[in-house]
Design a protein around this ligand. Structure first.
Ligand code: PLP
Length: 238
């Protein structure tokens, strides 16, 4: 199947999951995770109106954004989501290019984003990455520490906290992740209820190729689908 056919297939499943959950299709943004894949595959999707792409490396994101901008600026323009672990020394290259940083999990990183965004006079939307499953190999703050971190970051003038993100474990049966998604949703509702200045909890970024339908049923507003759209990634080629 072509990238466009794959995308349309995922899109159909997103729509079906929204229907099952009694949600409007517009409530969910399907992010096409294009990491390791060539720009030509991204370009194939533009005529379908796809504008949300996810990358996990700063250099790859900025390079693709710049190369595309030199060729053609699609209308509306592409929105690049930074979904991967972010090092502080790369923040300066990213702040103007990313529409949202999904992976903020420390005060030090937020400080750096605030500083670089301030230099450019822009406000950067971010999500707090939460390690709901308590996997040792994963980034993200534990659930219990999320509110505290959010209160500390909320005072930064050049950052706007928009919600939460999680990477669920790799599982054979997506139902195994339902509780993870439900827990993140509940945490988001709890924090929303605290009415912290400069914090909205309108974004829940959760669900990948293996489990995005379950994530939508549990309230995801942004799903991040890579393999399901672009096919398997081959890291050995890089
Ligand atoms: C790679 C990646 C995805 C997409 O994973 P697939 O299983 O290929 O859909 C989603 N989120 C993050 C943070 C990723 O790094």
């Amino acid at each position: 199947m072509s990238v466009c056919e794959n995308y349309q297939d995922v899109e159909k499943k997103v729509t079906e999951a929204c229907k099952r959950a009694g949600r409007a299709r517009e409530e969910v943004t399907l992010i096409a995770v294009s990491k390791t894949k060539p720009l030509s595959m991204i370009e194939e999707l533009l005529p379908l109106g796809v504008r949300d792409f996810g990358e996990n490396k700063v250099q790859e994101l900025t390079q693709k954004a710049e190369t595309l901008a030199q060729k053609e600026v699609p209308k509306p323009p592409v929105r690049w989501h930074m979904i991967g672990h972010l090092q502080r020394n790369k923040v300066k290259y990213l702040v103007e290019k990313a529409c949202m940083i999904h992976s903020v999990d420390s005060l030090r990183l937020a400080e750096e984003i605030n500083k670089e965004a301030g230099k450019k006079g822009i406000c950067v939307p971010i999500l707090i990455e939460v390690n709901v499953a308590k996997e040792e190999s994963k980034f993200g703050v534990p659930m219990e520490e999320a509110e505290n971190l959010i209160r500390q970051i909320a005072v930064f003038p050049w950052i706007s906290i928009r919600g939460l993100m999680t990477i669920a474990p790799y599982v054979e049966n997506p139902e195994e992740n339902r509780l993870i998604f439900r827990n993140l949703r509940n945490l988001s509702v709890d924090i929303q209820g605290k009415s912290i200045d400069n914090v909205t909890m309108d974004v829940l970024s959760m669900g990948m190729t293996g489990d995005y339908q379950v994530a939508i049923e549990e309230g995801a507003t942004h799903v991040r689908v890579g393999t399901g759209i672009f096919g398997e990634r081959n890291y050995s080629l890089k």
